[in-house]
Ligand binder design. Structure first.
Ligand SMILES: Cc1cc2nc3c(=O)[nH]c(=O)nc-3n(C[C@H](O)[C@H](O)[C@H](O)COP(=O)(O)OP(=O)(O)OC[C@H]3O[C@@H](n4cnc5c(N)ncnc54)[C@H](O)[C@@H]3O)c2cc1C
Length: 362
């Protein structure tokens, strides 16, 4: 962890050590409690990247990445619920929509917390949510397959696609209302605790004033693919948490140290590229580092299970939780491009497997 000390990274560490890590196994089984969200709201961390003029910290991206790493390594479910919030905040900060003045302040201070409902627009030309102009606003119809933080957050950033192949992003209250209905929370292999639901939209009407972005789908997809090429700080957070478990086991020898050194190097390179001023450059290298981070995370979480033995299968053991959380991170924020790069790399890894030499006695 190599960024200059910042008060928010100290705050994140305190929250991680005192609250998130000690309760992570219970939260994984029972769900993220409102008290965790309240602690986040009061911590200032929800305003990490928000402009100071609106009550945020305006912290550099390097600090934001480190905060996300710390939270993800302590309790991935709580991390995931809060990480949704930062995209709407960043989008509002760049927008000239009236929603900026009504929402950016409360989102920056944590008075409001936001979720997102937009991964489905990546499926274009399949349209899962249609946005249609109606009066002085837009109506949204269709199905949002995934929405995290239902009942925990207050507002959602919802996206649909218009007949003119434009993406339309608008804010809505995150609660059942005419035109918006949530499923029961999903039972999942990991992150069930994140209160993830699907949403049915049947003529949900939102005023023009709540719209924060309209852009040709093609333009948006290009930016999204560029952003999605970078390695996620959460992957490093979970990998380091697994390494700490591994290092507590007595007989891991130099393997744990070698893994940590490799992880440090991939992280350093991935974050250097994340700082590059041209986000659409070096895409192949970004994807390669993203994929390497996945491989190292899976190795670290698997090694923590192997080193811990049978006990790790208990639901009260951190190793199995980290392994399941790592599984989830493999598909979180997945774009078509990231998906292909990861699959290619997995196939290449299989190609490198060699049969052991046969021993005479066999
Ligand atoms: C627990 C959980 C919570 C989530 N919460 C949220 C949330 O709060 N908000 C939100 O917006 N999203 C959320 N997601 C969605 C998550 O980010 C997506 O799962 C991820 O982006 C993968 O997309 P998908 O599963 O929806 O689409 P998929 O259909 O699996 O597609 C993933 C990507 O690969 C491409 N693709 C699919 N099949 C092929 C193929 N055969 N060839 C080439 N490309 C292909 C798609 O176009 C897409 O870009 C959540 C997911 C999970 C599992």
């Amino acid at each position: 962890m190599d960024t200059a000390p910042h008060p928010l990274t100290g705050q994140a560490r305190r929250l991680a050590e005192v609250l998130l890590a000690p309760h992570a196994q219970r939260v994984d089984q029972e769900g993220v409690p409102l008290s965790h969200i309240d602690a986040l709201r009061g911590s200032g961390l929800l305003g990490t990247s928000a402009p100071t003029a609106y009550g945020g910290a305006g912290a550099p991206d390097a600090v934001a990445r480190e905060v996300q790493e710390i939270l993800a390594g302590a309790c991935c479910s709580t991390w995931f619920v809060q990480t949704q919030h930062h995209t709407p905040v960043r989008l509002l900060a760049r927008s000239d929509s009236p929603a900026r003045d009504s929402l950016l302040g409360p989102l920056a201070t944590g008075a409001l917390m936001a979720g997102i409902a937009y991964a489905h627009v990546r499926a274009f030309p399949r349209v899962l949510v249609r946005a249609t102009p109606q009066g002085r606003g837009w109506r949204f119809d269709g199905a949002v397959p995934w929405y995290t933080g239902w009942g925990l957050n207050d507002v959602m950033l919802l996206a649909g696609i218009s007949d003119e192949a434009e993406v339309v992003f608008a804010f809505a209250d995150a609660r059942d209302r005419p035109g918006l209905e949530a499923s029961p929370p999903m039972r999942l292999a990991a992150l069930s605790a994140s209160r993830t639901v699907s949403l049915t939209l049947d003529g949900l009407w939102l005023p023009d004033a709540s719209v924060v972005l309209r852009a040709p789908q093609e333009t948006w997809a290009r930016h999204d693919a560029a952003r999605g090429a970078n390695a996620s700080p959460a992957v490093f957070g979970v990998a380091y948490a697994a390494l700490r478990l591994l290092e507590q086991a007595s007989d891991t020898g130099t393997g744990g140290r070698a893994l940590r050194a490799r992880l440090d190097e991939v992280r350093r390179r991935a974050y250097a590229l994340a700082e590059h001023p041209e986000p659409e450059e070096h895409v192949a290298e970004r994807l390669s580092l993203r994929t390497q981070a996945y491989h190292l995370m899976r190795t670290a979480t698997t090694a923590a299970v192997v080193a811990g033995g049978g006990r790790t299968m208990g639901l009260d053991h951190a190793a199995q939780r980290l392994a399941r959380e790592g599984l989830f991170l493999l598909i979180q924020g997945q774009t078509a491009q990231a998906r292909s790069a990861h699959l290619r790399s997995l196939t290449a890894a299989v190609d490198q497997l060699r049969w052991p030499p046969l021993e005479d006695s066999v």
